[in-house]
Design a protein. Sequence first.
Length: 562
Amino acid sequence: MVSTATPSKDFIRQIIDEDNRTGKYGGGVHTRFPPEPNGFLHIGHAKAICVNFGIAEEYGGKYNLRFDDTNPLKEEDIYIKSIMDDIKWLGFDWEDRLYYGSDYFDQMYDYAVDLVKKGKAYVDDLSAEEIKELRGNVTTPGKDSPYRERSVEENLDLFNRMKAGEFADGEKVLRAKIDMAHPNMNMRDPIMYRILHATHHNTGDKWCIYPMYDWAHGLEDSIEGITHSLCSLEFENHRPLYDWFLIELGVYRPIQIEFARLNLTYTVMSKRKLLELVKGGLVSGWDDPRLPTIRGMKKRGYSTASIRNFCDRIGIAKVNSTVDIEFLEHCVRDDLNKTSPRFMGVLNPLKMVIENYPEDKVEEFEAINNPEDESAGTRKVPFSRVLYIERDDFMEDPPKKFYRLAPGREVRFRYAYFVTCKEAVKENGEIVELRCTIDPETHGGNAPDGRKVKSTLHWVSESHALDAEVRLYDRLFTVPDPLGQKDADFKDLINPDSLRILTSCKVEPAVRDLKAFDRFQFERLGYFCVDPDTTEENIVLNRTVELRDPWAKIQKQQQRKK
């Protein structure tokens, strides 16, 4: 019996539904995606984008793109452009709502002055090491700074002089005055401003004090009128501080809601770890197709729809967990199977001569572009006397369950003829050529007498084939959790076969019409895309995923058990 019950909503949508029912925030939904412009986005950020932007779209609300650019030492314009490109590629448009945290530096400073006047913030002369030492730990309360009881007047004077540039980097900080014995370490007089004499990408040299993230985050949300501030789970312990600042200032307060971040097997998500791989030359760059970066996944051939579908299907949870990369690959296959045109290509070519086919004859067979999409139409594929087949599709002495080509055996060539192998030609013990015949009565790949064969092979005409370099990508690491292995550096667990480059591949001529990043299926081999390194002289193709789908097999097994 099929259930007709409405699927339960995740906890974020339940909160929004209740807020809308009670009229909180006027029944509106306004979210934001607040990346720090200090790195490239990865699949975990894609989930956050889909959650923030997707929920706003679902409720007919708005969403902002806001760069949390509060640290001039780590931020670069290259990251800003890349982030915007990635979000647009994922299919989201922030319209005219592009903001920078630095847009609010003046207002943040005024808010900080308000807290100082209320006796809720003070200037501290302790060094970073001394502040850390007095902060205590989860079992030991912190100790007050000797500068905690400075007068309001002195704090205002010192804070203004900090802004004016009188002090060196690290000489003073502005701290919130909360509770050094608070059980939540984030509430133990957190730093609001530090001195950094550094040029900012947006504000230039106007400022030499810069706000800390916890101080800036809530204010940015408040100023922009965000209703639901959706964050990953590591910010849960920061929520009391988020609320404290806004309550003490008496300003508009959004609700912060935390959800589990995305972890994926056989890869790493940490910016620091990814940077180690890139700087160490262990991958070719931030767009290396083995990385979980959005740039890398685009280059590998992952589609926007497959990534968004994956993020939607894994759902929103309150507890961190790890998703099997096979499920991501399943979502990629599911989309590409419906949308990708088909071609024939031979990755490891073995030459074949059709002895009973005229040397000067060329036929064109009609091939289906996509059996899943009738509107994709057909194309013409040339056939001639000399062909290439996959070397793995022939065995001189085949085992019992090998149904492909062998001496004396007949198989079907896709769209063309039934072919029988007569002889394998060898040089120095290696097979270099097959001698075969066709059955002319099987033109188009069907036998008029109704006989069947157990295998259908793909092929490419030698005189029409294009040379191509094919890069076969696999999982970057040999273990599901490369950071969880005791006594092992994660870099030592890199899969040596994560990239194999084949340089003698042969592909059908229609591949020439494809453009960079175009995705397609090589029949029987997998899904591929055109690498942007492709030139007129050199076709470069990346394998996205193989055709086999272990996740689909797992689902079928689970269904049988039910």
